[in-house]
Write a new protein. Structure first.
Length: 136
């Protein structure tokens, strides 16, 4: 695994940024701290306590899952249907020594169980994955 063993400060937390995240996140060393999804983290900080168990539905690259695991020390159950995103999420968790703390589930999550829906993945690191249409 090509991991840079240097840290970036994200939301006041140190995060090891693997080389595969170049272009997705600033690859370490990042000269300036950066904030990732600030409103999400303000909301999470208001409700999460040390040891909290969290479900991250639509975990994408696992950035929020990893930051939650680092900040709370609790379990994170990360659901993501896009296999390429999930692979990078596992790399990020391992690089930050959180692989046993974050439980990845390769699945869509919806309102009802037992149904089927089409899920479209557009290739590339900045492409969306969607249940709406193949050109989202």
């Amino acid at each position: 695994m090509d991991v840079l063993r240097r840290y970036s400060l994200v939301n006041n937390l140190s995060l090891t940024v693997p080389a595969v995240f170049e272009g997705i996140l600033p690859v370490s060393p990042c000269s300036l701290p950066f904030v990732f999804e600030p409103f999400t983290f303000l909301a999470l900080a208001s409700v999460l306590k040390p040891g909290s168990s969290v479900f991250d539905v639509g975990a994408s690259y696992g950035i929020v899952s990893t930051l939650i695991a680092i900040s709370t020390g609790g379990e994170v159950h990360a659901f993501e249907a896009n296999p390429s995103c999930l692979e990078k999420a596992r790399i990020l968790a391992a690089a930050n020594e959180r692989a046993g703390q974050i439980h990845f589930v390769a699945s869509c999550v919806g309102e009802h169980s037992g149904g089927n829906t089409s899920f479209f993945i557009v290739p590339g690191d900045f492409a969306p994955a969607s249940t709406r249409n193949p050109r989202s």
